[in-house]
Design a protein. Sequence first.
Lengths: 132, 117
Amino acid sequence: MKSLTALAILLLGLAAGASLADDSPAAGATASAPPATLAWAAQEFKNTCSACHGADGAHPTPLPGNPPPIVAGQYADYLVQALTEYRDGQRQNIIMAPQAKALNNAQIRALAAYISRLPTPLHTLPRPDFGH
Amino acid sequence: MRSRIAVLIVACAALGASFAAHAAGDPAKGKVESQTCLGCHGIADYTNVYPSYRVPKLAGQNAAYIVHALEEYKSGARNHKTMHAQASSLTQQQMEDIAAYFSSLGKPYKPGPGAQP
């Protein structure tokens, strides 16, 4: 219950402060329902993505032959790219394709924005000094 | 019923075996072998061109996924010219090593709402 309350507070804060336009959204978002808000994305993530990527997006289920990545905290525009490729068939995956086909551009952007904001172990290593 | 349990046991054993296969990477070797990766993946916010999007964060990613991604780039199942060229030069063992290295580097973080216990 406490975590539900925390989630609600977090989402309110995100909804208030969020700018979904910061990751060069692809054109062509449709206005079809349901609205692609962060609150919608949180629910969608919980209902669908979490089964394989973990409730927090950072503890994926180790599926042999098709291991899901940690998605929490990944760059939003990379996530948009991946979901779009799955949807449009450039990237083939027996699990992800049908999930992505259900999403419009605005929903993909909202999901990516939500996922990229989740706490994460992911980071970028510093590039080594190849120095001369 | 008994046969279902038997199937389950066999499936679990197979699962265990496949995890063991991915546990064989050597992170110390992977550190050396991944130097090339950092040319792009070692710059925060570094952007792929055509199409334009940031190259993904790899440190802390799970090893099985990294190996799988490299295998798909190598075979061409996943289409990316630069990554195909890079992955094509790697042996299976080197993929395992690189994956072991990157996956060993997860940063500490505070699990958020919805996190698993």
